[in-house]
Design a protein around this ligand. Structure first.
Ligand code: ADP
Ligand code: MG
Ligand code: MG
Length: 938
């Protein structure tokens, strides 16, 4: 019977040669469903099935957890098609079809949501399947797995039952399994006989009824709908919600559900299952990389129950050399798989993460998706795929998340320190860089210790999604079990966190909070160090160093970014040393040079002493004398910085902080200055106290100091101009930009400009030069300045947005006091993010827009930049690009991130105007031959 035309489509079939969906339909079908459909469409062997769309999920939650009325019939229709394709019937007494029920959200949420395998098995279909396959062991094993998974996922978790630690139905069933094995003195699951398994299934059923008060459902249809419901429920499970919060995935996206014919990797020695990547996700190297297990079902690889084998010979390392690869064990199937992975990578033009199962020598693809990778790998792959002409330069630039660059600059254990000690254990290198910290054995402790400001390493037998918060809080993660695709490894890689898995010699006793490695016993709180790139574990606290920025891949990638971007990147540097470092990171000038920093830190004693004298001076004469003394120091500092940035502009900000900040607290310090000024301590204290302010943030600072004490401005700009003139004489190319802070009205600038003009003329005359190249501008950090930017731009030749203060002034949030309330704002979602971290486009951004527009209405070529913390934050950088900024300025270590973020902002902008030209996507004809072009050389 034909379905009515108007009926909304909720279910999408895939199988045979053609699917109803494709990889562009991720929003509707979820990532897994869309890619299963795509694999069918390009002719890969995929077990048939169908996808219930994410709209079912949203409709379900919008309608008090009821399905749309069209759903049932659509599911049954799709099931019919599946049965026809597979030549078996769901729930049939003679020729039964089994299915898996798999979750699949738009964005991958590894291990967060539930999957139930072997749905449709009961005592009757079991016997039919035994007859059909002549393999009772495998059928019984599958039934046992179904009961275990189903009772846990559907009957317990989805029903909202929260059992006490160790009392969950899954654990209790596992205990029964152990009991049986112990009684029979078996060491491995595979020792169980068919009779044992039969008995175990009966024990399981009894236990399920006992624990959950309900029998395990024997009816196949009831199982199917139960499992579907459980996947939808799992979208709103605690850990899924918590994961979404961390990853910023909206709650209303919903998950899809995939119902797919089962294929069996546990049918014997010609069957297997595995997980692989088209390139190595930890290093980016171009070779097929993965793990497999003979005679197993898929979850075994991910769960870390058995340590898997390497998929091929090239992927072997010193820990896995003795294991059998799929390449050796099943050469024909391996070849087919290798051809498929090449075809897939070429088709998707990206590194993919794939899941497959081999049933009795026949290969099936169960999943593919764009693979997670760490920062170094992302950079390497982007560069190589660009070189292979698989992707364009713009695509290569888009392939690396700005924050991933941090990992290339990731701290590592100091190699010198590492050389001196021997590792106490080894594991699989699952995450980049190094870490050192105190060990804790539970997720809760990791969170609690981290809250107290401790650096911890979370040590677990294996991790599961319940550990997420602890993993997040920990500096690094170490597990005793599991492979490179285990939960711990996947999650850590996604975050770029140092991680070692499968360190088999660790004997963890979590209840006693100790672990033993050979003879060494380590307790909670003891220090260990990890080398996540090699898999080495050390006792004690080793020194760490920042990773080398000389990494050739990194430099090459930065060049790609620079070729694309148009906005300049400057740095905030307070010392000549900072300036040199920032140049190495690619800074194209200094956007903020805070002269007051010469009064702190190295060699600051003398100038600080003079500055203090200047501050407590009472008469202009006293003050001028002190300023004259100070002058050579200021000039030298500025000159060195200009020289370090030769050829690039340096924004020198005039003195900004309130003066009383520099007054010594202690009597000794005060006495020294008093003596030097030849005044009494009493007099000194009186003068110092006069400087006290109730609200110094809005007090006597910035340009206001220059208004009250013109001689301070005078001394500073003289230092700038003389330093520049001297460098010019040395044939250098200095370019100072004098920046007046805390301006709120144009007349402040007019006042200061007169002083600057006068000094400029004097310095030119003194050095007998006609012109000293420079600009004079202002910070925009007070809302009034933004609102009157047209007037301000009459005087100022450039604006630099001081978004720290501008945010403070716009929100009325004291930067120094947000600690007491901002966490509550974020917790209660009153604010989505900390506005001091990510620029508030709606409020502060509006002021910026107004200021840019008004400023440029007066002065077309007005130079515009930003020097607040936001200058190093990718989303804020994008905003600056969109407003037509000339540059952003950030701390030296953020410069590479800003270069990338700025390039990406431009690409996104071009894409919205006209899509970036892609490398022609050739449709690969379905065949098992490898696609030559995508292979390249090894
Ligand atoms: P996740 O998205 O959490 O990885 P999956 O839906 O991929 O969960 O299921 C977990 C594992 O179950 C898969 O890796 C796969 O090996 C196995 N699996 C799922 N569906 C089938 C199927 N139809 N036949 C055989 N194995 C399956
Ligand atoms: Mg999967
Ligand atoms: Mg400021």
């Amino acid at each position: 019977m034909a379905t009515p035309v108007k009926e909304k489509k909720y279910v999408y079939y895939f199988g045979g040669k053609k699917a109803e969906g494709d990889s562009d339909m991720k929003n509707l079908l979820g990532g897994k469903g869309a890619n299963l459909a795509e694999m069918v469409n390009i002719g890969l062997p995929v077990p048939a099935g169908f996808t219930l769309s994410t709209e079912v999920c949203t409709s379900y939650y919008d309608n008090k957890r009821n399905y749309p009325k069209e759903l049932k019939k659509q599911v049954l229709d799709a099931l019919k098609r599946t049965e026809k394709e597979m030549g078996a019937v769901f729930g049939d007494k003679k020729n039964p079809l089994l299915v898996s029920v798999r979750s699949g959200a738009r964005a991958s949420m590894p291990g967060m949501m539930e999957t139930v395998l072997n749905v449709g098995l009961n005592d009757i279909t079991r016997d039919a399947l035994i007859k059909k396959t002549n393999n009772p062991r495998f059928v019984l094993d599958s039934q046992r797995r179904l009961i275990q998974m189903y009772s846990d996922v559907v009957m317990e978790k989805a029903a909202g039952i929260e059992p006490k630690e160790g009392m969950g139905v899954r654990v209790q069933l596992e205990r029964e399994l152990h009991r049986l094995k112990e009684a029979k003195k078996y060491t491995s699951d595979t020792d169980l006989t068919t009779d044992d398994l039969k008995k175990l299934i009966e024990i399981y059923k009894k236990k399920v009824k006992e624990v959950l008060g309900k029998p395990f459902p024997e009816d196949a249809m009831e199982q199917l709908w139960g499992a579907i419901g459980a996947v939808f429920q799992s979208w709103n499970g605690k850990r899924a919600i918590s994961y979404r919060r961390f990853e910023g995935i909206p709650d209303d996206w919903g998950t899809a559900v995939n119902v797919q014919s089962m294929v069996f990797g546990n049918m014997g020695d010609t069957s297997a299952t595995g997980v692989a990547f088209t390139r190595n996700p930890a290093t980016g190297e171009k070779y097929f990389y993965g793990e497999w297990l003979p005679n197993a079902q898929g979850e075994d690889v991910v769960a870390g129950i058995r340590t898997p084998n390497p998929i091929n010979e090239v992927g072997k390392n010193e820990h896995t050399r003795h294991l059998t690869s799929l390449e050796k064990a099943m050469p024909r199937v391996y070849k087919e798989l290798d051809a498929i992975q090449k075809k897939l990578e070429y088709h998707y033009r990206n590194m993919l993460d794939i899941e497959f199962t081999i049933q009795d020598g026949k290969l099936y693809m169960l999943q593919c998706r764009v693979g997670k990778r760490n920062g170094p790998a992302a950079v390497k792959m982007a560069l190589e795929m660009f070189a292979e002409k698989l992707i364009t330069r713009e695509e290569a630039v888009m392939r690396v998340e700005p924050n991933q660059l941090d990992e290339l600059l990731h701290p590592v254990l100091d190699p010198a320190a590492e050389k001196k000690v021997k590792p106490i254990a080894k594991g699989l290198p699952a995450g980049p860089g190094g870490a050192t910290g105190q060990i804790v054995f539970t997720s809760e402790e990791a969170v609690a210790w981290a809250k107290k400001g401790k650096t911890v390493i979370l040590v677990r037998e294996e991790t599961n999604p319940e550990d997420i918060e602890g993993m997040r809080a920990a500096q690094a993660i170490l597990t005793a079990r599991g492979g490179m695709t285990s939960h711990a490894a996947l999650v850590a890689r996604g975050w770029g966190k140092c991680c070692i898995v499968g360190a088999g010699t660790l004997k963890i006793e979590a209840s006693k909070k100790t672990m033993k490695i050979d003879q060494v016993i380590l307790k909670e709180g003891d220090y260990i160090s990890l080398n996540g790139s090699k898999g080495y574990i050390y006792n004690g606290k080793l020194d760490m160093i920042k990773a080398a920025e000389e990494n050739p891949d990194f430099q090459k990638f930065m060049k790609l970014c620079d070729a694309v971007r148009t906005m300049k990147i400057r740095t905030n540097a307070d010392t000549p040393d900072d300036a040199v470092k920032a140049r190495a990171f690619g800074a194209e000038g200094i956007g903020l040079f805070r002269t007051e920093h010469m009064f702190y830190g190295k060699n600051a004693e003398k100038p600080l002493f003079i500055l203090r004298k200047m501050i407590v001076s009472k008469t202009v004469e006293e003050r001028r004398k002190a300023l004259d003394e100070l002058f050579p120091f200021v000039k030298a500092d500025i000159k060195q910085t200009l020289a370090a940035m030769d050829g690039y502009p340096v924004t020198v900000r005039t003195l900004d902080p309130p003066l009383h900040e520099f007054i010594p607290q202690h009597a000794d310090g005060r006495k020294l200055i008093a003596d030097s000024l030849k005044i009494s301590m009493q007099e000194f204290d009186k003068r110092a106290d006069a400087l006290h302010e109730t609200n110094p943030m809005m007090g006597h600072r910035g340009v206001r100091l220059g208004i009250t004490y013109p001689e301070i401005t005078e001394m500073q700009v003289r230092a700038v101009f003389e330093a520049t003139a001297e460098l010019l004489k040395d044939k250098k190319k200095p370019f100072p930009e004098i920046m007046i802070p805390v301006t709120c009205v144009d007349t402040e600038l007019t006042d200061q400009y007169a002083i600057i003009d006068q000094v400029y003329a004097e310095v030119c005359a003194k050095f007998k030069i006609k012109e000293i190249p420079h600009l004079i501008g202002t910070m925009i950090e007070i809302p009034r300045a933004a609102l009157t930017a047209d007037k301000i731009a009459k005087v100022a030749q450039f604006f630099s947005f001081g978004t720290n203060d501008l945010t403070q002034m716009t929100f009325g949030f004291s930067r120094d006091d947000i600690g007491s309330f901002l966490p509550d704002y974020l917790e209660k979602k009153v604010l989505p993010v900390d506005p001091f971290n990510m620029l508030d486009r709606e409020g502060v951004g509006q002021l910026i827009k107004i200021a840019v527009e008004k400023g440029r209405s007066t002065r077309k070529d007005l130079k515009i930049g930003i020097c607040g913390e936001h200058g190093g934050e990718p989303s804020s950088i994008e905003f600056c690009y969109q407003q037509g900024f000339s540059y952003v300025s950030c701390s030296p270590f953020r410069v590479p991130i800003a270069r990338l973020a700025s390039a990406q902002a431009r690409i996104r902008d071009l894409n919205t105007q006209a899509p970036v030209k892609k490398v022609a996507k050739k449709t690969v004809k379905s065949s098992s031959k490898p696609v030559k072009k995508a292979t390249g050389k090894k």
